[in-house]
Design a protein around this ligand. Sequence first.
Ligand SMILES: Nc1nc2c(ncn2[C@@H]2O[C@H](COP(=O)(O)OP(=O)(O)OP(=O)(O)O)[C@@H](O)[C@H]2O)c(=O)[nH]1
Ligand SMILES: [Mg+2]
Length: 439
Amino acid sequence: MIDNKISQTKVIIGGVNKGEPNFDYYMRELAQLSAANNMEVVGRVDQNLERLVAATYFGSGKVAEIGTLAQESGATHLVLNDELSPTQIRNLERETKLHVVDRTELILEIFSNRAKTKQAKLQVALARLQYELPRLHTAENSGLDQQRGSGTGGSGGGGLANRGSGETKLELNRRTLGKQIAMIKEELQEISRSEATRRKERNESALPQVALVGYTNAGKSTTMNSLLQLFGQGEDHEKKAKKQVFEKDMLFATLDTSVRRIDLASNFSFLLSDTVGFISKLPHKLVESFKATLQEVRDADLLIHVVDVSDENHKEMVETTNAVLKELGVLETPTIIAYNKADETVREYPSMDGDDLFYSAKDEQSMQLLSQLITKKLFADYQVRTLRLPLTAGKDLAYLHAKAEILTEDYTSDGVTVEARLSPTDQKRLESFTVNVQE
Ligand SMILES: Nc1nc2c(ncn2[C@@H]2O[C@H](COP(=O)(O)OP(=O)(O)OP(=O)(O)O)[C@@H](O)[C@H]2O)c(=O)[nH]1
Ligand SMILES: [Mg+2]
């Protein structure tokens, strides 16, 4: 969070409740999103309506009320809970004299401020251009949209139609945006291709892949760091520190995916990835353009769905995350539900409730239990097999030593008998040497 209150933009948050059971929760999220965007929430307006008013989103009485509230509170911006049409934004800006920011734009803005790597920046830029494209004529008309994107500033008011610039300029702008979109897409594809190569190289040993997923600020990065801390034995302090990922008490601290190798026991290793967190009504275009970043989630053999159980809205957060996981097509991936921050609750931890884990990412015992769960889930299909390798199979023996957990090894004059724990892939690969499979 940014401490400097003086520079904060004063905003009123607002939403139309069409009878959604989670409405209040969405509004609180909206307040948090505003705060994350360096905005100070000075008022909130809700209206119950069966459907949105096509022209102005709110009904006319509410619009007038907002105008008054803005004058009293000194607000310059109106932040709304839904994605609005360009016309609604234009009309509301004219009538309230406020700069209107809808939920989609707010999320896009936070993402753009947080993006650090080239890939993240391009992905946000793409989502943003796609959001702006159908709204271009608003920019023609009001001039307000030139300020849009800064998040702060904005004098409000305005919105006088200025059609003098004519159709041609609009067409030109559309074409320019269209070209920019195409260029960004191409650049992203390029990055994606080299990423894919790197991913393949990184995982040529076919290590199982585990991905941390969940609502933003749930503690995914902290969980990753604790696992790294605990299982980076043998590594010196400096090396461990270098592997750590960024964790912070703020929305969307992580925008990029980090992948680290975790070595649990002898040859029991997996790749762990930490990635962007989710929030309700995450703009579809944003999820779409972050698909490359979320590739690790899509490839994962196991998901660890981290939930901040100390948050009273954690049930809604689980639903939100599941909705995004559905959009990514990974609802069927085996998942451990990991209720984090149990230290902030009265629950005993670490503990299990059926298959679910209650833990704290800051507690070593919790990490031990989590790693056991991962092992159990990940290696459920592993089998202990006895293999008889002739002397000529030196390469296969070397492979076993490098990739598998060897339990016993017995050398004779014509070869070697090995008892090893094998992954499904290796079971197939070494099928011809197998003399016994342990149940
Ligand atoms: N009390 C408590 N705080 C925790 C625990 N785990 C994480 N936190 C705190 O929660 C905040 C968010 O942690 P992160 O690990 O950055 O969360 P994240 O899920 O990676 O969040 P994003 O990257 O923003 O999606 C940080 O301030 C952590 O210190 C925990 O077990 N107990
Ligand atoms: Mg994070």
